[in-house]
Design a protein around this ligand. Structure first.
Ligand SMILES: Cc1ncc(COP(=O)(O)O)c(C=O)c1O
Length: 400
């Protein structure tokens, strides 16, 4: 029996069975052609079944699929870490690989906390954002602020001890630094776009002020760009405009082919672990870190991203989305938000989205709204007519 994600297994609707996929199209077992508006949880940026990524993986597969990084290394992981070091901004050069975004967030937090203990400081408060989502593992849940996902574990202050959540407002940020800065190890954010917490968008000035305050108070700034990285906000990375000390990437890292993630530290964080004292080492090591097939897919995905002028593609997606939604409204809608390759229609009452997934399916679109949020995060290779179709289906729901 498969235990499906985020689902009450007693009442779950039968998932749609996919038998093949190409570009932005998912083909179901019973002959439906669905345009995918979700990019398989925002990861499949080049669409499905990309022949270049397929070929790269097949070539590596003939050499080996995986060897552990404990005591061994290989070209795909070395090439990917070299590529990220030159491709990512500033001195974000030190790559710790892992198998999922949640684990990469755990690693980032571990780095920040141990960076302090290694230098004899007992800073152990973590600053985070209201409505944050950083994954489903335990520390990621603690820095997260979304009881819609993690209600089963309660929201007691006891559980969140050591984590302070603030809204994305500069006065609240300044206030938190005023109160806690000398005990704070790090500030973790999903920059500009908070995904699973409701596709909430905020201004870069908040991040600029956060950078200043972190510098002034010796606090590490962590960007969780698992969702926002690789162009989703219209920027290649938000880290290109405000530089964090630690950057977390996942999802689109491999073009959505194979679960993999990376926690990238700057030189200062890296230096904080170099020591003759063995207890200063970072004690973490996922079995599949640096998996050779995943690294190969990631290298090819980055090559496609660069070669295909993806930032222009994303700009075009944003322009079409704005054009198609201009003037659109309904009394059920609270707000329409658009940023780069993300559009979200927030409704006033989540009951107003009940049935939309089925409606979209019947109209040839795969969608997966959650709570009060109907959204699209499409693969960047989408054609204009395909995107317009998705947006038409979203709009027509309100008149159905
Ligand atoms: C911002 C952010 N961080 C972390 C994660 C967790 O990534 P994974 O599902 O690969 O563990 C997600 C997943 O949606 C995410 O959106």
């Amino acid at each position: 029996m498969i235990w499906y994600p985020y689902a009450q297994m007693k009442t779950i609707e039968t998932p749609v069975k996919i038998s093949s996929a190409k570009g932005v199209h998912l083909y179901t077992e019973n002959g439906h052609d669905l345009i995918d508006s979700v990019s398989s949880w925002w990861s499949v940026i080049h669409g499905y079944n990309n022949s270049e990524i397929n070929d790269a993986i097949k070539e590596q597969l003939d050499k080996f699929a995986h060897v552990m990084l404990g005591g061994l290394t290989h070209d795909p992981v070395q090439n990917l870490s070299d590529k990220l070091a030159v491709w990512l901004p500033g001195d974000l050069d030190y790559c710790f690989f892992s198998d999922s975004g949640s684990v990469a967030v755990e690693v980032a937090l571990k780095m920040a906390l141990q960076f302090n203990t290694n230098r004899g400081s007992d800073r152990n408060i973590i600053l985070a954002l209201e409505h944050a989502y950083h994954g489903d593992t335990f520390k990621a849940m603690e820095v997260g602020d979304d009881e819609d996902y993690h209600f089963a574990f309660g929201s007691s202050n006891e559980k969140k001890r050591g984590v302070i959540h603030i809204p994305t407002e500069i006065p609240a940020l300044e206030d938190a630094f005023g109160k806690y800065a000398d005990r704070m190890s790090c500030f973790i954010v999903e920059p500009l776009l908070q995904g699973a917490g409701g596709m909430r968008m905020y201004d870069v000035s908040f991040l600029e002020r956060a950078r200043q305050l972190c510098d002034e108070n010796d606090v590490l700034l962590i960007f969780d760009e698992v969702a926002t990285g690789f162009g989703r906000t219209g920027n290649r990375f938000v880290a290109d405009i405000v530089l964090p000390d630690i950057l977390v990437l996942g999802k689109a890292l491999t073009g959505g082919y194979i679960g993999h993630a990376v926690t990238v530290a700057n030189r200062r964080v890296w230096n904080g672990f170099l020591s003759d004292d063995p207890t200063h080492a970072l004690m973490h090591g996922p079995t599949f870190m640096g998996n050779a097939l995943a690294c190969t897919a990631a290298l090819k995905s980055i090559e496609l991203f660069e070669r295909g002028n993806y930032l222009e593609k994303i700009k075009h997606i944003e322009e079409i989305t704005r054009r198609e939604l201009r003037g659109f409204s309904s009394d059920k809608i609270k707000e329409i938000r658009i940023m780069g390759g993300c559009v979200c229609i927030e409704v006033n009452d989540e009951n107003d989205l009940v049935g939309f997934q089925k409606y979209a399916y019947e109209h040839g679109v795969f969608s997966r709204p959650f709570l009060k949020y109907m959204y699209a995060m499409v693969p960047y290779i989408i054609e204009e007519w395909e995107l317009v179709k998705i947006l038409d289906v979203m709009k027509s729901w309100y008149n159905s």
